[in-house]
Design a protein around this ligand. Structure first.
Ligand SMILES: *[C@@H]1O[C@H](CO)[C@@H](O)[C@H](O)[C@H]1NC(C)=O
Ligand SMILES: *[C@@H]1O[C@H](CO)[C@@H](O)[C@H](O)[C@H]1NC(C)=O
Length: 454
C-alpha cells in the first residue's frame, strides 16, 4: 500500500533546478526558485503571487520580474485564468445506477482492522487505546499495489457477500487499483513492481485480469475502485519528468484496459484519480486535466460504470476550509470543494461524468504544512471527516478514507532505495518506515488529533 501523492512539485525543488519546467512556477512575491523557463515555454505573470512557465514563445531563458513572496513550492501551480467556484457541477453522463454508495453498507477490511488492533495493543493510555480501537470500525480502501495481494480480494469479497446476505443490505468493497509499470513516475517513495522496459504493460494487463477473475465470482458484491492514484495527474503536469513522458503511452493503455475490463463486470464503479486542489486544482491545470480525462474516457468507449473522479487520495487537504491555508496562496481553489466546483463544469462540457469521491481520512487538522506540495507523513495530522454518502454536495457521491491512516507515506531514511526528500522535510513526521508499512507514532497522532474527535 504505497501511496505517494505528491504534487508534482515533488521533483522540482526550486533550489535544485536552474529552470522551471513547463507549467512550473517562475516568479511571484517571495519566490526564490528559478525565474527562467524550460525550452519551449515562457514565464508569464499571472498575478502578483504567481508567474508560470507557459508553452510557447521564445523558450528557454525568459524571466519575469518576479516579486517577493512566501508561497513557493507548488510547481504545478497555475493561475492564469479566473475560475468560478460557486456553481455545482452537473453531469452529462450518469452511470447506470447513480451514486454507488446508496443503499449499501461498506465492508471493513480485516487487514486494516488487524493493523489497528496491533497498534492499539501497544498504546498504554486507556482513553487513547479505546479511541484507536474505534478506528477499526471505519471503512477504508484496500490498496492492491502488488499482484501478490490480489488473492486477498477474493477473501474479502466472499466475506462481504456473506455479510450482505445475512444482513439483507448489499455490501461495497472499496479497492485501489495501483500497480502501473513505472509507477509513481514523478516521485520515489512508491515505485512499483513492474517496469515498462521489462514487460510492464503485459504484466499490468495480467494484474487487471486477476482482479477481474476475483470480482466475477461475486456479482452480488458491489466494488468501488479508485483507479491509479497520481497516474493521469502526472500526465497533465509532469511530462517534463523523463520517467513520466516515457510512461505516457503505457499509462494511458493500462488505465484504459483497467476501466474497460472492470466495466464489463457490471458491479464495479470506477473513479479515476484526479490529484487534489493543490495539483490539478490550479486554474491553469483544470482544462488540460478535464480534456485528458474526457479523451481517455471517450477513447475507452465511454464505459458506463466510470462514475467520476477521486480527489485528495492520500493527501491532506480540507474538503471545505474555514479559511484558506496560507500555503494555498495564489490558487482560488484552495480546498477540495473549490477544486471540484471548478473542475466539474469543465468535465461536463468535455463529456466526462462529473461525480466525485473525496479522501478526508487524514485531513482533520489544517494549516500544518510548510508548502502545499508536502505530502509525506505530515506532522500533526489528525483523522478527518468520517466516510459518508450524505455529503451535502450533489457532485460528491461520498466522503471516503482512501489512505488507511497509520500506513506510512514513505521512508525518511535517506539511504533507502525509495527515499523521497519530501519524507525528510521539517513538516514530515520522522523517523518514518517504508511506504505502506505501519507507522505507529503517526497513527497515535492521527488518533489524538482526530477532528471530529473519535
Ligand atoms: C508493539 O510492541 C511490540 C513489542 O514491543 C513490537 O514488537 C511491535 O512491533 C509493536 N507493534 C506496533 C504496531 O508498534
Ligand atoms: C536505512 O537504509 C539503509 C539502506 O537500506 C539501511 O542499511 C539502514 O539500516 C537504514 N537505516 C535505518 C535507521 O533504518
Amino acid at each position: 500500500m504505497l501511496s505517494s501523492v505528491l504534487a508534482l512539485v515533488a521533483l522540482i525543488p526550486a533550489f535544485v533546478l536552474a529552470q522551471s519546467p513547463i507549467y512550473g512556477q517562475c516568479g511571484g512575491q517571495g519566490w526564490t526558485g528559478p525565474t527562467t523557463c524550460a525550452s519551449g515555454s515562457t514565464c508569464v505573470v499571472s498575478n502578483p503571487f504567481y508567474s508560470q512557465c507557459l508553452p510557447g514563445t521564445a523558450g528557454g531563458g525568459t524571466t519575469t520580474t518576479a516579486g517577493t513572496t512566501t508561497t513557493g513550492g507548488t510547481t504545478t501551480t497555475g493561475g492564469t485564468t479566473a475560475t468560478s467556484t460557486s456553481s455545482a457541477p452537473t453531469s452529462s453522463q450518469t452511470p447506470a445506477a447513480g451514486n454507488p454508495y446508496t443503499g449499501h453498507n461498506i465492508y471493513l477490511t480485516p487487514f486494516y482492522a488487524a493493523e489497528v488492533a496491533a497498534a492499539a495493543a501497544n498504546i498504554s493510555d486507556a482513553t487513547i487505546k479505546a479511541k484507536a480501537l474505534s478506528v477499526a470500525k471505519i471503512p477504508t480502501f484496500t490498496w492492491f499495489d502488488t499482484v501478490a495481494k490480489v488473492a486477498d480480494l477474493g477473501t474479502y469479497l466472499a466475506d462481504a457477500s456473506a455479510q450482505g446476505k445475512s444482513s439483507g443490505t448489499p455490501m461495497i468493497v472499496q479497492i485501489i487499483v495501483y500497480d502501473l509499470p513505472d509507477r509513481d513516475c514523478a516521485a520515489s517513495a512508491s515505485n512499483g513492481e513492474f517496469s515498462i522496459a521489462n514487460n510492464g504493460q503485459a504484466n499490468y494487463f495480467d494484474y487487471i485480469d486477476k482482479l477481474v477473475a476475483q470480482i466475477k465470482k461475486f456479482p452480488d458484491v458491489r466494488v468501488v475502485a479508485i483507479i491509479e492514484p497520481d497516474s493521469l495527474a502526472n500526465l497533465v503536469t509532469n511530462l517534463n519528468v523523463q520517467k513520466c513522458s516515457n510512461a505516457q503511452t503505457t499509462y494511458l493503455a493500462c488505465v484504459t484496459y483497467a476501466i474497460q475490463q472492470l466495466d464489463k463486470l457490471g458491479n464495479v464503479y470506477s473513479y479515476l484519480d484526479a490529484g487534489h486542489a493543490g495539483w490539478l486544482g490550479w486554474p491553469a491545470n483544470l482544462t488540460p486535466a478535464a480534456q485528458l480525462f474526457a479523451s481517455l474516457y471517450k477513447n475507452a468507449g465511454s464505459p458506463s460504470f466510470v462514475r467520476g473522479l477521486a480527489t485528495n487520495v492520500a493527501n491532506y487537504n480540507a474538503l471545505s476550509a474555514t479559511t484558506p491555508d496560507p500555503i494555498t496562496q495564489g490558487n482560488s481553489n484552495y480546498d477540495e470543494i473549490h477544486y471540484i466546483n471548478a473542475l466539474g463544469p469543465a468535465l461536463s462540457s468535455a463529456g466526462f461524468p462529473a461525480h466525485f469521491i473525496v479522501d478526508q481520512g487524514r485531513s482533520g487538522v489544517q494549516n500544518i504544512r510548510q508548502q502545499w506540495g508536502d505530502w509525506c507523513n505530515v506532522k500533526g495530522s489528525g483523522f478527518g471527516m468520517r466516510p459518508t454518502s450524505n455529503t451535502g454536495f450533489t457532485a460528491i457521491d461520498a466522503i471516503v478514507w482512501a489512505k488507511p491512516g497509520g500506513e506510512c507515506d514513505g521512508t525518511s531514511n535517506s539511504s533507502a532505495a525509495r527515499f523521497d526528500p519530501h519524507c525528510a522535510l521539517s513538516d514530515a513526521d520522522q523517523p518514518a518506515p517504508e511506504a505502506g508499512t505501519w507507522f505507529q507514532e503517526f497513527f497515535v497522532t492521527l488518533v489524538t488529533k482526530a477532528n471530529p474527535p473519535l
